[in-house]
Design a protein around this ligand. Structure first.
Ligand code: PMP
Length: 406
């Protein structure tokens, strides 16, 4: 049994009152809170080690470089990538997606080629492909979805052809919590010779990952959603693909030799890491990964599934509440609307009771259009959340509905 009270002690931010009530933090899909070890790692770095990496001849620079590269190894293990050459540090999921759209996309996608995404993509996995397709006169196709929030595999099959150059698909929907069976989608795309990118922003916080088993070509996630700092993320890419791709940004770090006539590029992964990186946050990410590994990702998943089942049952029992997205396989995300109330008002009233949830379109406007709504209220769980907190949310929601729903 996990000792959740003990885990909560690791998170200073959780122990405060908001608007006169103990905070219930259910906005984890937007960003998770940070354990003390992550916060302390940042302070320790700036107080004791701060130096630029990879080029200093002095002791602090060597220490910073060593710690920085330790995170790369920890991220490799987290994803089960075969080599640290395949682990590129970015600003986050958005930058990882843009890097691939720009570098792989611009060099490999030609007029008339096709790119496939899905109905439930975050804007960051739509817009970069739209920009690319517009520039290249390529065609963007979209996998449809059922009313329950599951992608339709048979329809996906119909979209694929030898024209398909790339499929980019979300592993877990941030708005609905749907876990997509992406291995199946990857296998099929590969049969057509297409490359597959996986947006792992919402799967990385919740369960075990294995990029070799998935056999995806690219995988991206953000540190801030897995108990790590903001401004930091990871792009995994298969070595053979990364080697063929042109750099994304040019500058220091990513070069071997520069003359005015010609520049030769650095080896992987540095070819894609131009400029001074986000050193402190990268070092701190290792502590977030350690935190998850120490608990165990199976245990994190089991605890969150338990909360999801409990909360779903409670929420379904409330009159006027409609859960949006009822896929068979979900992470701990409950999106809902209240009949007779705007989602924004529900969120504001919950906040007045100290309950932090998200409202709106969650950066998935096309998904909202598909469902015929303009937004939802979203509660999303993390390892430190409890059934008592779910009870607080449910109790508060019942009162709000009794008082305000028309
Ligand atoms: N994809 C998904 C599914 C997300 O949930 C998010 C963050 N909400 C992103 C991409 C973008 O992540 P970031 O803002 O950290 O770059």
């Amino acid at each position: 049994m996990l000792d959740i009270a003990k885990i909560r002690e690791e998170f200073p931010i959780l122990h405060q009152e908001v608007n006169g009530f103990p905070l219930v933090y259910f906005d984890n899909a937007a960003t998770s809170q940070k354990p003390k070890k992550v916060i302390e790692a940042l302070v320790k770095y700036y107080e004791g080690t701060n130096s630029n990496v990879h080029r200093g001849a002095h002791t602090l620079a060597s220490q910073a470089t060593e710690q920085f590269e330790q995170t790369r190894e920890a991220a490799r293990a987290f994803l089960n990538a075969s080599s640290t050459e395949e682990v590129i540090f970015t600003k986050g999921t958005t930058e990882g997606l843009n890097l691939v759209a720009s570098s792989f996309g611009r060099s490999q996608i030609q007029e008339g080629d096709e790119v496939i995404i899905s109905t439930m993509e975050h804007h960051s996995n739509i817009v970069p492909w739209q920009i690319l397709c517009e520039e290249k006169k390529a065609i963007l196709k979209v996998i449809p979805m059922t009313d329950e929030g599951e992608l339709i595999f048979e329809e996906y099959e119909k979209l694929l052809s030898e024209k398909t150059k790339l499929v980019s698909i979300v592993h877990v929907s941030n708005s609905l919590g749907t876990i997509n069976p992406i291995k199946q989608y990857i296998d099929l795309a590969h049969r057509y010779g297409a490359v597959v990118m996986v947006d792992g922003a919402q799967s990385s916080p919740h369960f075990q990952l294995d990029v070799q088993d998935l056999d995806c070509d690219f995988f991206v996630f953000s540190a801030h959603k897995i108990y790590g700092p903001t401004g930091m993320g990871v792009l995994y890419g298969k070595k053979a693909l990364l080697e063929k791709m042109p750099p994304y940004l040019g500058g220091g770090e990513m070069i071997k030799e520069v003359t005015f006539e010609k520049t030769t590029y650095n080896d992987l992964p540095f070819k894609f890491e131009a400029g001074t990186p986000n050193i402190g946050d990268t070092i701190a990410l290792k502590y977030a990964l350690d935190f998850m590994n120490e608990i165990g990702r199976e245990k994190i998943a089991a605890h969150e599934q338990d909360l999801l089942a409990y909360a779903t049952e409670q929420m379904k029992a409330i009159d006027r509440v409609k859960i949006i997205g009822e896929a068979r396989n979900k992470v701990g995300v409950i999106s809902f609307n209240v009949e007779g109330m705007h989602h924004f008002d529900v969120g504001m009233l919950m906040d007045a009771n100290g309950i932090a949830i998200r409202t709106g379109h969650h950066c998935t406007q096309p998904l909202m259009h598909r469902l015929g709504i303009d937004g939802t209220v979203r509660a999303s769980f993390a390892i430190y959340n409890t059934k008592e907190e779910v009870d607080r949310m449910v109790g508060s929601l019942r009162k709000i509905i009794a008082k305000f729903a028309k």
